[in-house]
Design a binder for this molecule. Structure first.
Ligand code: AMP
Ligand code: GLY
Length: 429
């Protein structure tokens, strides 16, 4: 089969490397891809938001199956356009992608169907929002722009002045454009965070191995929020008991709720969970694989990803199709100095004597090939080094041994990916 993957980051690189192993796969195109993906797929420079051009490309190449990976095209309805042109596709249609595209929608859904989440209120008017904050008078308080905001639309305010400023920035000063016309204000929850990605075709939902993201830029969860600086899988906090509770109270309820709303979700549904003292609660939904969650979850998948994706799109997903290995994985992101704020591009990358293998993979997030076949940095997040091991300890050690071999001007990474998870395992033992 000729496959098209829409996107151009580490997540897409992981999806492509996994699909490539399928005996069904003949050729992969990636739009727009990047300098590293280029070695695994034919990259064509079409923007992920240019849905008409993506559809025209897919039709002209007689693509057999398409995968739309990033949030923007999913929320804009890329799957509808590609499927309606006769090409089967993995990913939710627009009316289901709204589960990520609008936090107002997702909070409404959770309330209506009794899915555990933080207590909240929704506002379209800035004065009402601010007087609500004043009345609640409990800090920290969480303020979220309704729409997509590159993972930056969540502000945790420590006092009234910060909360007022954040609300005004979002609603009056357009910090996140149209995404901030409405805001969700919610209670601050505490507890370990878990990411669970699940395959679903609307009838069956199969959670993948759990993972843990590290969202802040700096060691010890300091610094600004980023798209994610590293991940580990499985997440040791997500015990069998908690997984069973989530299956009943969160995963199945969400799938059924979407069906009842006439918004059947097919694709990868991402549950961002917080394990609070009062039980697991949903922090956010995403309508896609997480990045860098995909870079630790997919290397542990033993089954044929392409077969699973085809089954999802046909509504034929079954338990027997999805198997994970017992091992662990760790992904450390190497980023450009300054990220997630201002950073430079175009720095030459040296890979030293690093050797990739089944257990050690370098996923490219923001790289570009120069004329000399040398790779240059081309984004905030540049590379993700994933190692797989029999234990989390082994995976973490192996990932960091390799990270030290890679260098580029301004390169930085967190030194404590997996540290909390390893500490929690040693407490249990
Ligand atoms: P989101 O973009 O919704 O994933 O939010 C980004 C991060 O903000 C999450 O990973 C949490 O660490 C934090 N966050 C979001 N909502 C809450 C909440 N209600 N309480 C505490 N932290 C939160
Ligand atoms: N790593 C978090 C996300 O993909 O949204």
């Amino acid at each position: 089969m000729d496959i098209l993957v829409v996107g151009g980051g580490g997540r897409e690189h992981a999806i492509i490397k996994s699909i490539k192993k399928s005996p069904l796969c003949k050729k992969i195109y990636c739009l727009p891809g990047n300098g590293g993906i280029q070695k695994d797929a034919e990259c064509v420079d079409i923007n992920v938001k240019d849905i008409e051009s993506i559809k025209d490309f897919a039709v002209s190449k007689k693509i057999d199956f398409a995968v739309v990976a990033p949030d923007d095209p999913l929320v804009m309805g890329a799957v509808d356009v590609i499927e309606d042109a006769g090409i089967p596709c993995f990913g939710p249609r627009k009316n289901a992608a709204v589960i990520e595209g609008s936090k107002v929608f997702s909070k409404w859904l959770m309330q209506k169907y009794d899915i555990p989440t933080a207590k909240h209120a929704i506002f379209e008017n800035v004065e009402d929002a601010i007087s609500y904050i004043d009345r609640i008078n409990s800090y920290p308080i969480v303020i979220k722009a309704d729409g997509l905001a590159l993972g930056k639309g969540v502000i945790i305010a420590e006092n009234f002045d910060e909360a007022k400023k954040a609300t005004e920035d979002i609603m009056l000063r357009g910090a996140f454009g149209e995404s901030g016309k409405k805001v969700v204000i919610e209670e601050y929850l505490t507890g370990p965070e878990v990411s669970v990605l699940a395959f679903t075709d609307g009838k069956t939902i199969i959670p993948m191995v759990s993972s843990m993201d590290h969202k802040r830029a700096l060691d010890g969860d300091r610094g600004l929020n980023t798209g994610g600086m590293g991940t580990i899988a499985p997440n040791p906090y997500f015990t069998k008991e908690i997984a069973d509770e989530c299956m009943h109270k969160i995963f199945l309820r969400t799938m059924n709720a979407m069906n009842r709303e006439g918004r059947t979700f097919k694709g990868c549904l991402y549950f961002g969970l917080m394990l609070t003292e009062k039980g697991p609660k949903v922090i956010e939904y995403n309508c896609r694989f997480g990045d860098p969650e995909a870079q630790v979850v997919l290397p542990l998948l033993k089954s044929d990803l392409l077969k699973i994706m085809i089954a999802v799109s046909k509504g034929e997903l079954s338990e027997s199709l999805v198997r994970f290995s017992e091992g662990s994985a760790c992904c450390v992101i190497l980023a450009s100095g300054g990220y997630p704020a201002h950073y430079e591009k175009g720095r030459k990358i040296s890979f030293g004597d690093i050797k990739e293998s089944d257990d050690l993979v370098i996923y490219h997030s923001g790289t570009k090939a120069g004329a000399d076949d040398v790779l240059y940095t081309n984004g905030g997040r540049v590379l993700g080094v994933t190692a797989v091991g029999n234990s989390l300890f082994q995976a973490v050690r192996k990932a960091y041994d390799s990270v030290d071999k890679i260098s580029f001007d301004g390169c930085f990474y967190r030194h404590d990916i997996g540290k909390k998870a390893l500490e929690s395992i040693s407490v249990k033992e």
